[in-house]
Design a protein around this ligand. Structure first.
Ligand SMILES: NC(=O)c1ccc[n+]([C@@H]2O[C@H](COP(=O)([O-])OP(=O)(O)OC[C@H]3O[C@@H](n4cnc5c(N)ncnc54)[C@H](OP(=O)(O)O)[C@@H]3O)[C@@H](O)[C@H]2O)c1
Ligand SMILES: [Zn+2]
Ligand SMILES: [Zn+2]
Length: 353
């Protein structure tokens, strides 16, 4: 065991603050990574403030962070794909049972026994897993991803959650050229959704509550931008979408978007507000529309997504910040004031004692 530097929250009311945490010495199948950048996902904020207490209650102290990119510092004797000095990345999962049908199918995100990167039982050290707001992490090689070497690392980190969470449902629901795709909420997930839908050849419409994001949405790859508070603009889009990805972090009216789907169209929720959303039966009945959810993606698909980003030169648009500004960043997330993902430069942890 060794101590790593980290930022943790002591309770749901506490700001994140410097601490040290135990990490295991790498076992034979482990990869030890020096973390260079970690993205700030809105899920980190939900979890730190225990907003998902009914589904995933938070265990304190909580070290969030599941958009991790860094450099390998040590590998166990059985590790094949990584050596010291290589780039490596870790997303939302660090383990699963590897034997259930979902794991066998390469869909670890549905494994009933998966271990998330933070706030899940740590079978090695006891207690819970600690995430990427830290200078170091040790993860089994099966859950470590290869990073294309042509991409900016600060912008790669968010691909590990915001990237795969938007890429996976688009592949599942067949987003391709000729499809009309809506993206609701231009935050961390939403802006990656725009980039992927555009790269997959779809006609992309962004729905935003923030009029000041219009130019950015077009630059990111949107063909149209609708300010969702404008009823006339919304009305014009009725019944026209094959697929809508809803990436909103707070309570909102999803019926307004279900009504924009054409026959057999699908709306997938990736945003995870803590309060239940009301669904109007007739919005779904008329047009045989469907409503789904989607969690992150499996390890193989995450690697496919990273390779796709390497080929297409896709990274997140990031605002790089030192970890000392993380609490300020959380307040800005709550105001939809992020362009379009915060990425923590972990070199800033070096000055903390
Ligand atoms: N399914 C999964 O596996 C998964 C993975 C990661 C994250 N998530 C969840 O996805 C959600 C989004 O995460 P994120 O990191 O992308 O968050 P984010 O960067 O904060 O973006 C959320 C966006 O939602 C819009 N929004 C915020 N409040 C709103 C409101 N009251 N009404 C309407 N729109 C509002 C804003 O976009 P505009 O300014 O454009 O309106 C905002 O930028 C979170 O709930 C997160 O927990 C789920
Ligand atoms: Zn996330
Ligand atoms: Zn499994």
């Amino acid at each position: 065991m060794y101590n790593a530097k980290a930022y943790s929250a002591a309770s749901k009311e506490s700001p994140l603050a410097f601490t040290t945490i135990p990490r295991r010495e790498p076992t034979e199948s482990d990869v030890q990574i020096e973390i260079l950048f970690c993205g700030i996902c809105h899920s980190d904020l939900h979890q730190v403030r225990d907003e998902w207490s009914e589904v995933m209650p938070t265990v304190y102290p909580c070290v969030p962070g599941h958009e991790i990119v860094g450099r390998v510092t040590k590998v166990g004797s059985a590790v094949t794909g990584f050596k010291p000095g290589d780039l490596a990345a870790v997303g939302c999962m660090v383990d699963s049972d590897r034997t259930c049908p979902e794991c066998q199918a390469g869909q670890e995100q549905f494994c009933p026994n998966f271990i998330l990167t933070y706030n899940f039982p740590d079978k090695h050290l006891g207690g819970v897993t600690y995430g990427g707001y830290s200078d170091s992490i040790v993860v089994d090689q099966k859950f470590v991803l290869q990073v294309p070497n042509n991409l900016d690392l600060a912008g790669v980190a968010p691909l590990l959650c915001a990237g795969i969470t938007t890429y996976s449902p688009m592949r599942h629901w067949g987003v391709t050229k000729g499809k009309k795709v809506g993206i609701v909420g231009l935050g961390g997930l939403g802006h990656m959704g725009v980039k992927f839908a555009h790269a997959l050849g779809a006609h992309v419409v962004v729905f935003s509550t923030s009029p000041n994001k219009k130019e950015d949405a077009l630059r990111l790859g949107a063909d149209e931008v609708v300010i969702s508070r404008n009823a006339d603009e919304m009305e014009k889009q009725t019944g026209s979408f094959d697929f809508i990805l809803d990436a909103v972090s707070a309570d909102h009216d999803i019926n307004a978007y279900i009504n924009l789907l054409r026959r057999d169209g699908n709306l997938t929720l990736v945003g995870a507000p803590n309060k239940p959303l009301a669904v109007a039966a007739f919005a779904l009945i008329m047009g045989r529309r469907s409503l789904s959810g989607s969690p992150i993606g499996g390890i193989a698909e995450t690697q496919e997504m990273l390779n796709f980003c390497g080929e297409h030169g896709i990274t997140a648009d990031v605002e790089v910040l030192p970890i000392q500004k993380v609490n300020e960043a959380y307040e800005r997330l709550l105001k939809s004031d992020v362009k379009y993902r915060f990425s923590i430069d972990m070199a800033s942890l070096k000055s903390e004692q």
